[in-house]
Design a protein around this ligand. Sequence first.
Ligand SMILES: Cc1cc2nc3c(=O)[nH]c(=O)nc-3n(C[C@H](O)[C@H](O)[C@H](O)COP(=O)(O)O)c2cc1C
Length: 187
Amino acid sequence: MEKLKIVAIVGSLRKDSYNRQLAATAKKMVNDIAEFELLDYADIPLFNEDIEFPTPKSVKRVREIVKSADGIWFFTPEYNHFFSGVLKNLIDWLSRPISKNEAQVLKGKPAAVSGITPGMSGTGIAQDHLVTLISFLNMNVMNSPRLTIPNALQQINKDNRLELTDSTPYLQKQADAFINFIQSKRF
Ligand SMILES: Cc1cc2nc3c(=O)[nH]c(=O)nc-3n(C[C@H](O)[C@H](O)[C@H](O)COP(=O)(O)O)c2cc1C
């Protein structure tokens, strides 16, 4: 059977981002069933209608990758009880149709939402805002389970690498649920 394709969008550009490391852990969990591509979007410009057409190359590339996905898995940090500006900028670009004949690329895509933070909130408030946005864009959101991991430092080793312990079963549960969710929307 052909593998599903999951595209992971991490809302942090930080090299050692805990959310990026969480995505890398999730990748190992779905490896047998799904191809898992981490979207690299650090090179897209700030959205500005003056530069929307012709579409910048970096935006075209990112759009094509998102278009090819069977599901999008968001890994969001929390900045001031919101998701990050870079993620909003990316979604604003993706929300614009490529041409008059084509729908925007997020429409109908299955979406899962996770996040990790050193603080207590576990990114729950940021996730709520993100879900409002992606629902407005008609993504097919898996509302349950979502994954919020607070107190990240308890699962970070001395080299600042994420080593999930307590949260492992919850991430696995979400990974399995998302695969099933994508498959149920596909057939
Ligand atoms: C501008 C800014 C605002 C932040 N606001 C919050 C917040 O509201 N809640 C929270 O739990 N952590 C907050 N943090 C801490 C982030 O959760 C922390 O920096 C985290 O490591 C960012 O995610 P990353 O590791 O994936 O880059 C904030 C960090 C920054 C830089």
